[in-house]
Design a protein around this ligand. Sequence first.
Ligand SMILES: NC(=O)c1ccc[n+]([C@@H]2O[C@H](COP(=O)([O-])OP(=O)(O)OC[C@H]3O[C@@H](n4cnc5c(N)ncnc54)[C@H](O)[C@@H]3O)[C@@H](O)[C@H]2O)c1
Length: 264
Amino acid sequence: MSVASGKIALISGGGAGIGLQYAKELLRNGLRGVTLADICKTNGENAVKEIGDEFGDDKVLFVKTDVTDRNQYEEAFEKTVDRFKNIDIVVNNAGVMNDAIWERQISINLVGTIFGCILAVEKYLPKYKTGSEGVVVNVASVSGLEKFQAFPIYSATKRAVVGLTRAWGKDVHYLRTNVRFLALCPGVTDTPLLRECLDRHLGPAYQDIMKGNLPHLNIQSAECVAKGFLHVLNTGKNGSIWVVEHSEPPYEIVIPSRKQFRKK
Ligand SMILES: NC(=O)c1ccc[n+]([C@@H]2O[C@H](COP(=O)([O-])OP(=O)(O)OC[C@H]3O[C@@H](n4cnc5c(N)ncnc54)[C@H](O)[C@@H]3O)[C@@H](O)[C@H]2O)c1
């Protein structure tokens, strides 16, 4: 039986792209209800209609949320508990790839994720989880693990998301909260984020680098990432970091201690 069975999830940025597919995959695997916390009302309303048609209107709630505003993000948690009584799985998925507005990008990708983690682990999951364990899945990117020349600042936000997942994923936290932390690093995926990235650079030199990269990209579907996400949710150990790329099953990576990097 899946970890999703009988549970309630909140997905930031769940109105479109990969986040919407996470919601559907969870519902296919027995999820009781999902909140989509998204800044875009049109995306949110379309997603509610899609999910309602496929799984039933009682399964989904949209809360218009800007994750960079702690009060708005908390309202999404509150409304989830009001509607579904519980909250078990938080997916910090909302993100942009836009170095042209890099301060805002840091707010969405990193500050928003931190708000989501704090609300989940210090307040809502320990109190409102259905079973014995809550789960936070933070969405990073392979670009947070590699040198992504075209988007240095995006890359830094995703590296930071990996770092905070590893720190909150230490057992000392789990022992007091019963909340498992996981990070998922998708590879290149066919969504609006990818399709719209060409004018979202620091400047023309970066755009040229990206144009040079584009023909070599091995692009997977959002549905494929969602299948990998479910596997990670069901099997991933606390603090583990996973990659899902090239339309293949996800694999776990282990980041070595700094002592192994020491120059001889
Ligand atoms: N598409 C890729 O190739 C790829 C690869 C690796 C990681 N990712 C990551 O996966 C996540 C989802 O990306 P996607 O490709 O589905 O993007 P997307 O643009 O298709 O969807 C992102 C959703 O987030 C919402 N959003 C944006 N800013 C928000 C905010 N401030 N508050 C709440 N919601 C907000 C948008 O309205 C949209 O519905 C992001 O964190 C992204 O960095 C994507």
